[in-house]
Design a protein around this ligand. Structure first.
Ligand code: KIV
Length: 299
């Protein structure tokens, strides 16, 4: 049974912090699920850390649906939140609803996320009214990176802090079940967290949020183009992968991979038959192999 949005709310209500991670593919999602991560985000950050673009605005609906499907296939316990990518919900509420529906029906997500506050509140309300749980995302909203003139902490002036508080209120009133607070001063995120009934999930927003979300590639040391200050590396798989690939290439080069243990054997009589047929080919022009049934591949 997957985590429900009610259980996420109950975690806030009893003061239990909520751990969320991004996931983009089957194998890693399966490991995160086995580790007991209750909520995963198929973030549009996949455009950067998986597809190699310089910002999230390059993620498409088709990308998000396909990767959400993979993460859903790899999990049985976690609530899977699918990210609505750039321009999949901004043009109109109808388009937003259609695309939220795609992430749920085609992707198999249990909820969707979109960026923005006051300006998207009506869209959030309509999607929620249609039966789709929505997670908001305010503060540093990467889809607006050009509008914000870069990935900069938001809310250090009274004016922007006020806008963030208004955005948080608007999302809660519109029916969002949780809201991501990204890239904002910790005391402001703490204010928002105290103010809202729904859980706040922070990323670069300090320890007072009800939960935390991190990009899995940052956690595992897999993405080195840019390491955000808020990230903590729990493993250095990047170095381990390089080391493994180096050793593999050396073994192939030296002829020490594969060995007989990593190869498949063949019945000696069949092999003799093939060798004889090859020898006969010179005389008759084609292989004259006896018809034997294809056997099981020996382990
Ligand atoms: O796409 C993403 O990974 C996100 C998180 C950073 C919250 O939106």
């Amino acid at each position: 049974m997957r985590t429900t949005i009610r259980q996420i709310q109950e975690m806030k209500d009893r003061g239990e912090r909520i751990a969320m991670l991004t996931a983009y593919e089957y194998s890693i999602a399966k490991l995160l699920d086995a580790a007991g991560v209750p909520m995963m985000l198929v973030g549009d950050s996949l455009a950067s850390v998986v597809l190699g673009y310089d910002s999230t605005i390059h993620a498409t609906m088709d990308d998000m649906v396909r990767h959400t499907q993979a993460v859903v296939r790899g999990t049985t316990q976690a609530l899977i939140v699918g990210d609505l990518p750039f321009m999949s919900y901004q043009p109109s509420t109808e388009e937003a609803m259609r695309n939220a529906g795609r992430l749920m029906r085609e992707g198999g997500a249990g909820a969707v996320k979109l960026e923005g506050g006051v300006t998207v509140a009506e869209t959030v309300r309509r999607i929620v009214d249609a039966g789709v749980p929505v997670m908001g995302h305010i503060g540093l909203t990467p889809q607006s990176v050009h509008q914000l003139s870069g990935h900069k902490v938001q809310g250090r002036t009274a004016e922007v802090a006020g806008r963030i508080l208004a955005d948080a209120d608007a999302l809660e009133q519109a029916g969002a079940f949780a809201v991501v607070l990204e890239g904002m001063p910790a005391p402001l995120a703490a204010q928002v967290t105290r103010r809202l009934h729904i859980p706040t999930i922070g990323i670069g927003a300090g320890a007072a949020c009800d939960g935390q979300v991190q990009v899995i590639h940052d956690l595992l040391g897999l993405f080195t183009d840019f390491v955000p200050r808020h990230a903590r590396k729990y493993a250095d798989l990047g170095e381990q992968i390089k080391d493994a690939a180096r050793r593999y290439a050396e073994d192939v080069h030296d002829g020490t991979f594969p060995t007989s243990k990593e190869s498949f054997s063949m019945d000696a009589a069949v092999l003799a038959d093939v060798e004889q047929a090859l020898a006969e080919r010179g005389k008759h022009g084609e292989l004259a192999l006896s018809k034997t049934a294809e056997g099981e591949v020996p382990a």
